[in-house]
Design a protein around this ligand. Structure first.
Ligand code: HSE
Length: 403
């Protein structure tokens, strides 16, 4: 029998408890042993919960109990969660987490701690919610040299952009709708400003390329600057605006990683990823392109990934899972300034002025455009080169085109 303790009885933690119970016999059969929920740590009281006998308020109860083999950390953040995860690993207990902030900022150190204490630190649910992506990256695609990872990594922003594109809602209206539906937090900063996607691309890049880049090193732009005008211009040429997290292998072991809104061609599978769905496209030298798609958030999809990690550990508590990476250095992550692509530009000025500035361009049109507004797609160039050429124009929007 394997005993599990859940830290934090919020959306994901309660989903994990439910799934362990609901699919208990299936889990027991597949693990070849009972996986028992022994403790739930939460500061709140849940007198009516079916799990009321499991609740404890002191982490030390879990830490000191030699029967606890696996700790599920669904607290979130990188303060208390860091302390409890470190203490659990030091006590030789494996930890399963859905906490992308903690993995992105302290993953390397926690993986090292797990190795030193003969246990595991797994976090499939931290990227893409229920989508299997981290284990496929390190197991099923292990024979490949990976060159790129590109993802729609945040369900809330994908929902907002979908509603702007499909229903013509403004960013503010779509955000309010996302909040009413419970997708977006009251303080939506982490989602709409791209920080959540940034943490996820850091984790993907670390697993794909073997070294840890940190969120503070990754240029991050969210979707607050995307307007209905941009959506209409993009649509006129068959593009959808999507927030992408991207990581590209660079020479000398460096990684180009960034998060930004992109114009995605309609025929690219990423363009068809709508609402709260996530998708991650990976390129490897043997597989070519492969895409993972599904529910990137939500109680039960995320619990599905957490419980699968619990089951993996429960089958063999001491196996070295080799899912780690090395520490990066301050120069590991290079900005996307060196990355050439076509660009979408919306600016004040004339098309003649734009042509003189960037040369051959693809003009865009939308109904109701005021005089003096131009929008166009540029030839392939770097951002610094483009900005230099656009010096005489007032740029309103500037997004990279996924090519
Ligand atoms: N806030 C995140 C999202 C939840 O909207 O995708 C899952 O990480």
């Amino acid at each position: 029998m394997v005993n599990v303790a859940i830290l934090g009885f919020g959306t994901v933690g309660s989903g994990v408890a439910e799934l362990l119970t609901q699919n208990g016999s299936l889990i027991e059969r597949r693990v070849d042993g009972l996986v028992r929920l022994k403790y739930i740590l939460d500061v709140r009281d849940f007198p009516d919960s079916p799990y009321r006998d499991c609740f404890v308020k002191e982490f030390s109860v879990i830490e000191r109990d030699p029967e606890v083999d696996i700790v599920v950390e669904t607290i979130g953040g990188a303060t208390v969660a860091l302390e409890y995860t470190s203490r659990a690993l030091r006590a030789g207990k494996s930890v399963v987490s859905s906490n992308k902030e903690l993995v992105a900022t302290h993953g390397c150190q926690l993986l090292k701690l797990a190795r030193e204490h003969g246990c595991s630190y797994l976090f499939e649910a931290s990227v893409g919610g229920g989508i299997p992506i981290l284990r496929p990256l390190t197991s099923c695609l292990a024979a490949n040299e990976l060159s790129q990872v590109t993802g729609i990594l945040n369900g809330t922003t994908n929902y907002i952009l979908t509603r702007m594109i499909r229903a013509g809602l403004t960013f503010e209206q779509a955000l309010k709708e996302a909040q009413d539906k419970g997708y977006a937090e009251k303080d939506p900063t982490a989602d709409v400003d791209g920080h959540d996607a940034c943490r996820k691309i850091c984790i993907l890049a670390a697993l794909a390329f073997g070294r840890q880049g940190y969120p503070g090193q990754v240029p991050t732009q969210g979707i607050r600057g995307v307007t209905l005008e941009d959506v209409a211009y993009a649509d006129s040429a068959g593009y959808k605006i999507k927030l992408l997290g991207r990581a590209l292998r660079q020479p000398e072991g460096k990684v180009c990683a960034f998060v930004a809104p992109h114009l995605v061609p309609g025929e690219d599978p990423l363009a068809g990823v709508e609402d709260v769905f996530n998708a991650i496209a990976v390129t490897g030298n043997a597989i070519g392109d492969v895409m993972f798609y599904g529910r990137g958030a939500g109680k039960m999809p995320t619990a599905s990934a957490v419980v699968a990690d619990v089951m993996d550990i429960a089958r063999d508590l001491k196996r070295d899972r080799r899912n780690d990476w090395e520490e990066g250095d301050p120069g590991l992550v290079v900005s996307d300034d060196g990355l050439s692509s076509p660009w979408y530009v919306r600016a004040s000025g004339s098309m003649e002025q734009a042509r003189q500035a960037v040369g051959e361009l693809h003009p865009l049109a939308r109904s109701g455009a005021p005089g003096g507004e131009v929008a166009f797609l540029t030839p392939v160039m770097t951002r610094p080169a483009l900005l230099d050429r656009l010096k005489g124009m007032q740029v309103r929007s500037l997004f990279r085109v996924l090519a």
